[in-house]
Unconditional design. Structure first.
Length: 225
């Protein structure tokens, strides 16, 4: 799972994607740059968080859709455990709300998978000096969205902002199909805690059935459809 630190003078990059072939292709692409090295690889969001805390990479490149912990929540945790690590999110989706969520989570760049070869290297160079990188389309979306939020931020923030990090984590594992007991074991908490958080989430979001929670999780990119 984890790679070793190859050269402390090189820019150290962590890759996280649940597809081995994608990671292998990205590693080859990135290591064609002599000043960079891939210091670790992760197949899930939770592995990415653990490796970031252990390796303290300069840059973490995360797929937004990963099992166990999605890229948005993994970004939030990485920024807490390794504040100097800059995060680049890549995804096959492009929606206005998703772009804004990516930057609110603490990422420096949002790159479509189809644009990786065009924009990834420049995004990494910007992240290395702690600057954001916007494609022209992304910049326009972010600027327009934040202008609107100045007028009515509470409405545009939506229901997702009302959930705590722990509640979002529980929503993800439950909506990925784990039972209350299995979710409790995975997260290292009691079944009662899982049940309490689940009930709280349902009440907060005004949900009547678990199927509505699953739809909410898909719609807000907590899990992948």
């Amino acid at each position: 799972m984890a790679g070793s630190i190859l050269n402390t003078k090189k820019l150290r990059i962590l890759l996280a994607d649940d597809h081995v072939v994608v990671r292998a292709g990205l590693r080859r692409l990135l290591e064609s740059e002599p000043a960079w090295c891939v210091c670790g690889e992760a197949g899930t969001g939770s592995e990415a968080v653990a490796l970031a805390g252990q390796l303290r990479p300069d840059v973490a490149i995360l797929d937004i859709s990963m099992p166990e912990l999605n890229g948005l929540d993994a970004t939030r945790r990485i920024k807490r455990s390794s504040p100097k690590t800059e995060v680049i999110i890549f995804t096959g989706q492009e929606t206005e709300e998703l772009i804004v969520q990516v930057f609110e989570a603490g990422a420096r760049s949002y790159i479509l998978k189809t644009d990786l070869q065009t924009h990834l290297f420049e995004a990494i160079r910007c992240a290395a000096i702690h600057k954001p990188y916007f494609t022209s389309a992304t910049g326009e979306v972010v600027f327009a969205k934040f202008l609107r939020r100045r007028g009515n931020r509470a409405e545009d923030s939506g229901q997702q902002s009302r959930l705590s990090v722990r509640e979002r984590e529980i929503v993800q594992v439950l909506c990925e199909g784990l039972s209350n007991k299995a979710a409790a074991a995975k997260l290292g908490i009691s079944v009662k805690t899982i049940e309490t958080h689940r009930a709280t989430v349902m009440k907060k979001l005004g949900l009547k059935a678990f199927s509505e929670m699953v739809r909410y999780a898909i719609r807000n990119k907590i899990i992948e459809a």
